[in-house]
Design a protein around this ligand. Structure first.
Ligand SMILES: Nc1nc2c(c(=O)[nH]1)N[C@H]1C(S)=C(S)[C@@H](COP(=O)(O)OP(=O)(O)OC[C@H]3O[C@@H](n4cnc5c(=O)[nH]c(N)nc54)[C@H](O)[C@@H]3O)O[C@H]1N2
Ligand SMILES: Nc1nc2c(c(=O)[nH]1)N[C@H]1C(S)=C(S)[C@@H](COP(=O)(O)OP(=O)(O)OC[C@H]3O[C@@H](n4cnc5c(=O)[nH]c(N)nc54)[C@H](O)[C@@H]3O)O[C@H]1N2
Ligand SMILES: [Mo]
Length: 764
């Protein structure tokens, strides 16, 4: 059988230590330096380190956490995770050059694990896999563009092509990409957001009129209470720990809601503060609500109910009645529904003593300065949109939106995933956006909604889509139902990846396949008009420059902008009046066009040159709610519970400390005490005993949907402090378990954090 997943081999070397109780500190700084300097020589490595997240440097390719609005520390604004992402990009020890592809057939490369694939270094030349060939071979850029253009133009309809985007793509590249795709004639633009914060965008769009955070960077330091739900900042947004620490010093209280006591939520030592290093870091979480997976909705409902009770006791002191009256709709229906719930039952559903929930509410009872942060722990469940709706209900009750020190704070993942959406990377573009494209470019954009990620996989599987083009990312590994998704890609006539590094999606290919190597964030980008910079939008809506500083590793690399522009020119030829070559020669021209199409980008070229960039307009921040009736909406959401049969557990798939999504940097997960192995399953000791298993036993994981059982083989049992009935393992190894149609209602995000599984000893 064709292998789709990484080989299911164990290192045989697993060591389990105590989970850590604080994040960052000296170890993280030392590790950051080690990662970058060992990946490349000291000159190149140092240059990368000192330019990371500086106002005239490059935007860290790791996460979407914003940079401080004011002064930056003179040494780079970096963290261990960012350093790893940079090291991964700047490494010079190896390259995935044509020699590598000559040495290994595609079948042989498929047998390697993801760590090995990533360690081969940067791609250096465009490569093609011809029909029936066993090896990739070099191809010229012109021949590659012509090949893609011919395949696209031979389709019966533009809707037979899928154009995926991952969230590292810059604003400039994203804008020209969506323009090309819409001039070609389709809205089939799925993106990584479909698997990530789509539930957030769906909920916030409907409730407050804008699918983005309502907070600014400075709000964290001004908050009285910060509630962090379903997020692991110590690993996935470490620079967020700095303003959290600052908030704590200013007296804020932090509530964490998570099935795992993640180290980064417990305490933080600011690596660049001598005080922290000498005296110890700041305790972060004041109250840890360790709830079972996917019970957040019940918890939030209980909190809202307690707030209403408290308001009845002290009218006008707890809720912001003025705000509710002036700015919101749906309050009465919300309260009427809440009346039908029993507090003890809600507390029971989220496995907490009622007095602990009361303790949490006591912290923000009398203050509106409440920020709620969330990430994948809320977005990747069937009822994710409802849960996020309930977050908004709570914030609306308190009048916490549109004030200093309060608000909704989804924490985005990829460093420019939010900007890509702003630029129009969306399968369901708003009519106003398409109208603007029509006005500025004088063509009739397609109006029919396109495929999101899951719909795209189905379309490819069923032969309705035949060409797949990915601008970044690792589609085969990131999407759920690995075997089904692999079959979908293999059914295509052509699969194309614009990539920096070799990954498994290059090896799970259509009849013809292309790898187009591009410049990364750290690389200098020289075009005919001179050196270029690009721009990105952070999770708080700041648009800022990113300027690569290092010499590209190969002369054959092109920028993403240049690749998209040349592809558009080859494909559209005289059908397009856009000056594609001119845009690729000078990105100022692209920014001028963005300014004409996307609201909020007035004087883009001027403002982007100001240190630190600029904030985009944000309605909710000013209590302008651009919903249909101009109000913020309370919604009625019903908690659902997973009915587990005996022997079944609920599995969440999470990131280790040594990976960036599908890129594996190493086999350790230091903060959780795991060393040298990724194929582990974290379980509650009582569940281990009840299932007749034991510590370090080798097991297989099975998911059961309808008639079908899916299996992920060879995981080692690790007892861990996780609520009964829950277990955790790393993605992407576990994506084989998630059926392609197991998605969140409304947002269609794969349910990566609630998979019903059974666990059996290996060999049975
Ligand atoms: N170093 C590094 N940084 C990254 C990434 C990376 O892979 N590596 N990925 C980037 C991307 S694209 C993203 S989207 C973000 C992801 O950032 P996170 O969302 O922090 O990533 P996950 O590892 O998926 O962790 C989810 C957290 O939610 C908890 N959780 C799971 N289920 C539930 C639940 O039902 N309720 C609650 N309350 N909690 C739950 C888990 O225990 C875990 O702590 O990080 C970005 N930054
Ligand atoms: N089970 C499970 N599945 C999940 C998740 C989960 O929590 N659990 N999380 C989901 C989430 S939140 C996300 S965002 C998706 C991620 O899905 P993707 O964004 O598709 O995956 P990545 O692993 O981030 O993509 C890595 C690849 O991007 C390429 N790359 C890196 N930098 C650049 C660049 O600058 N330009 C270009 N062109 N290419 C570049 C490299 O070749 C690298 O191999 O996965 C989702 N899948
Ligand atoms: Mo993400």
């Amino acid at each position: 059988m064709m292998t789709n997943t990484p080989p299911e081999e164990l290192t045989g070397d697993l060591t389990v230590g105590q989970p850590k109780t604080e994040a960052a500190g000296v170890t993280a700084v030392v590790k950051s330096f080690q990662h970058i300097l060992s990946a490349t020589g000291p000159g190149r490595g140092w240059k990368a380190l000192v330019n990371l997240n500086q106002k005239d440097g490059f935007d860290c390719p790791s996460c979407a956490w914003p940079d401080p609005d004011g002064d930056r520390s003179s040494i780079a604004e970096y963290c261990e995770s960012g350093a790893k992402a940079v090291a991964d990009e700047v490494m010079t020890k190896h390259t995935a050059s044509p020699v590598l592809f000559q040495r290994y057939s595609v079948a042989e490369l498929l047998q390697k694990n993801d760590l090995w694939l990533g360690q081969q270094g940067r791609l250096t030349q465009p490569m093609v896999l011809k029909p029936g060939a066993t090896h990739y071979e070099p191809i010229t850029w012109d021949a590659a563009f012509q090949l893609i253009a011919d395949q696209l133009n031979a389709l019966d309809s533009p809707d037979e092509a899928v154009f995926y985007t991952s969230g590292r793509t810059s604003n400039e590249a994203a804008f020209v990409y969506q323009l090309f795709v819409r001039q070609f004639g389709t809205n089939n633009m799925p993106d990584c957001s479909n698997m990530c914060h789509e539930s957030t965008s769906t909920s916030l769009g409907e409730t407050i009129g804008l699918g983005k955070a309502s907070v600014k960077y400075d709000d964290y330091e001004k908050a009285d209470v910060i509630m962090i739900m379903g997020q692991n900042p110590g690993t996935n947004a470490p620079r967020m720990l700095t303003p959290l620490e600052e908030a704590k010093r200013n007296g804020a209280k932090i509530i964490s809601v998570n099935p795992l006591k993640e180290a980064g939520l417990l305490a933080f030592k600011y690596p660049q503060s001598p005080r922290d290093l000498l005296l110890g870091g700041e305790k972060l979480t004041d109250l840890f609500l360790q709830i079972p997976i996917n019970t957040d909705l019940a918890l939030l409902k209980a909190m809202c109910k307690i707030l209403l009770e408290e308001e009845a006791k002290a009218p006008g002191k707890v809720l912001d009645q003025d705000f509710i009256r002036t700015y919101t709709a749906g309050y009465d229906a919300f309260v009427a529904d809440l009346d039908t719930y029993d507090l003890n039952e809600l507390a029971g559903q989220c496995g907490l003593p009622l007095n602990q929930i009361r303790e949490a509410v006591d912290l923000f009872k009398y203050t509106p300065k409440l920020i709620i942060c969330w990430a994948m722990g809320l977005t990747q469940h069937r009822n994710a949109v409802d849960t996020i709706n309930e977050v908004i209900n709570l914030l609306l009750l308190k009048g916490s939106i549109g004030i200093e020190g309060g608000g909704a704070s989804p924490i985005r993942g990829h460093s420019n995933v939010q900007g890509d959406r702003t630029m129009g990377i969306y399968e369901k573009p708003k009519p106003e956006f398409l109208d603007s494209l029509q006005r500025v470019f004088g063509f009739e954009p397609p109006r029919k909604p396109g495929y999101d990620t899951v719909a795209a996989v189905r379309a490819m599987h069923e032969g309705r889509a035949r060409v797949f083009i990915g601008l970044g990312g690792n589609f085969a590994m990131a999407v759920s139902d690995t075997d089904y998704t692999a079959d979908a890609l293999r059914a295509c006539r052509l699969t194309v990846h614009v990539s920096t590094k070799l990954n498994r999606s290059h090896l799970i290919h259509g009849e013809t396949a292309l790898i187009l190597p591009c410049l990364g964030r750290t690389d200098r980008d020289r075009q005919p008009s001179g050196e270029q910079f690009v721009s990105c939008e952070s999770t708080t809506g700041v648009v800022a420059q990113s300027h690569g500083v290092l010499a590209p590793i190969s002369n054959h690399l092109k920028s993403e902008v240049a690749i998209v522009a040349e592809l558009a020119r080859a494909t559209l030829a005289e059908k397009s009046t856009v000056d594609w070559s001119g845009l690729a020669a000078n990105y100022d021209g692209i920014r001028d066009l963005i300014e004409q199409v996307v609201p909020g980008f007035e004087r883009y070229n001027e403002r982007i040159r100001k240190p630190g960039g600029f904030y985009l307009p944000n309605g909710p921040r000013e209590r302008r709610f651009t919903t249909k009736d101009g109000k913020a909406h309370f919604t009625v959401n019903t908690p659902t519970s997973h009915t587990l049969k005996p022997g079944e557990l609920l599995l969440m798939t999470v990131r280790s400390h040594d990976q960036f999504n599908t890129t594996v940097y190493g086999n350790d997960d230091r903060y959780r005490g795991i060393y040298n192995e990724r194929r582990v399953i974290f379980m509650n000791q009582e569940d281990i005993s009840m299932l007749g298993l034991r510590d370090r036993q080798l097991v297989n994981l099975h998911s059961h949907y309808g008639e079908t059982t899916r299996t992920a083989h060879r995981f080692v049992v690790v007892p861990y402090a996780i609520p009964r009935g829950c277990c955790a393992a790393y993605f992407p190894e576990t994506n084989v378990l998630i059926p392609i149609d197991s998605v969140a209602d409304k947002s269609h995000t794969p349910t990566s954090k609630s998979i019903v599984v059974t666990i059996t000893p290996d060999g049975e």
